[in-house]
Design a protein around this ligand. Structure first.
Ligand SMILES: Nc1nc2c(ncn2[C@@H]2O[C@H](COP(=O)(O)OP(=O)(O)OP(=O)(O)O)[C@@H](O)[C@H]2O)c(=O)[nH]1
Ligand SMILES: [Mg+2]
Length: 334
């Protein structure tokens, strides 16, 4: 699991429009590999875990009031009301069945309930699939799509896979440039057309190139879009269909890149993107920031979508495969 390497000084390019998109070369302090739960993340004193510790610390057993407080803490931690109620109900039942009286048991049954929901959505371990595997990255503006493509591309290369990147975010010249720069750094082929070109045409070219060159995978970047913009959302469906027609069975992976700091809105995003483009998995980014992390539980529980990777920083190495155990450990420690 989380085999993050110590990172070098490699921050990703910024996505600010109009900015010159050069990769930052400032050396950054290396973090200890692993970190909490192997995620490379530190617990935050005001996080869900701290609240739960306070609740459990003041209660010898778990009374109605304790469970009410736990409920509040989970809702505040972005788990969402529906999932929270189910988690607390389940934990209470387990607690009563175990005949326990102490805070440690309450914490452990709570962890079990959360873990079950996270692993219940399936897909432990990411499998690329037969070549050329087509990976379509989608999500709202600035969620971390392009950076995540670079991180995953680097990871696949380390595993000896041959890949190409496709700049189907043709909306801004800077977006194409950002992908080109990553492609140069990684030494990968980047399929791109001019700004304003049809994103479906770029995807078509990319799949054709990946097939004719015998590559293992092609990672397609798309423009950020708000989930309530009907026309832009429909465009994603079109890109998907172009790929499907060109190569039946593909795209094998439709990855929704979700900024974990957006909290409960993530659920609405996941729902809308799933409907339009058939999301196969979620990549949760910016967990190194102020995210409370509960949104992963809500998404797995409500939408049955597996979380496949987590983004834990801006550097090329800051991507870890999702692991339900490590995640719960971090969630309840933070
Ligand atoms: N701290 C942190 N920052 C991240 C992470 N992932 C991405 N970012 C940063 O988020 C910003 C936006 O990332 P992009 O990859 O450009 O996002 P995008 O979804 O491609 O954006 P658009 O193409 O504009 O929709 C950049 O500054 C990234 O470095 C992460 O896991 N942690
Ligand atoms: Mg982008």
């Amino acid at each position: 699991m989380f085999d993050r390497r110590q990172r070098g000084g490699n921050a990703g390019p910024s996505s600010n429009p109009g900015e010159v998109l050069l990769p930052a070369t400032m050396p950054r302090p290396a973090r200890a590999p692993g970190g909490l739960g192997g995620l490379g993340l530190r617990a935050r004193p005001s996080g869900l875990g701290a609240r739960l510790r306070r609740i459990f610390g003041s209660a010898a057993g778990a009374s109605d009031a304790t469970w009410d407080e736990i409920e509040e803490a989970l809702i505040a931690g972005d788990v969402g009301p529906t999932t929270t109620l189910e988690v607390v109900d389940g934990a209470r039942t387990r607690y009563a069945k175990a005949g326990g009286r102490d805070a440690d048991l309450a914490r452990s049954v709570l962890a079990d309930e959360i873990r079950d929901r996270l692993s219940g959505a399936g897909a432990s371990g990411f499998e690329l699939g037969p070549p050329p595997a087509v990976l379509l990255f989608i999500g709202v503006n600035g969620s971390g799509k392009t950076t995540t493509i670079a991180k995953l591309a680097a990871r696949l290369q380390r595993d000896g896979r041959t890949i190409a990147l496709a700049a189907a975010d043709t909306f801004r010249a800077a977006a194409i440039e950002q992908l080109r720069i990553w492609g140069e750094q990684l030494g990968t082929l980047v399929i791109a057309q001019r700004t304003g070109a049809d994103p479906g045409a770029v995807a078509f070219d990319a799949v054709t190139a990946a097939e004719s060159r015998g590559l293992d995978a092609v990672l397609i970047d798309t423009a950020g879009r708000l989930q309530n913009k009907t026309q832009l959302m429909a465009e994603l469906g079109k890109i998907r269909r172009v790929v499907e027609r060109r190569l039946p069975g593909q795209p094998r992976h439709v990855l929704l890149v979700l900024d974990a700091t957006t909290g409960q809105n993530g659920l609405a995003q996941a729902e809308a993107f799933s409907q339009e483009a058939g999301v196969t998995g979620v990549i949760l980014t910016k967990l190194d920031g102020t995210a409370k992390g509960g949104i992963a539980v809500a998404i797995a529980d409500r939408l049955r979508l597996p979380i496949v990777f987590v983004g834990v920083g801006e550097g090329i190495e800051d991507l870890a495969p999702f692991d339900a155990n490590a995640y719960v450990e971090w969630l309840l420690a933070a």
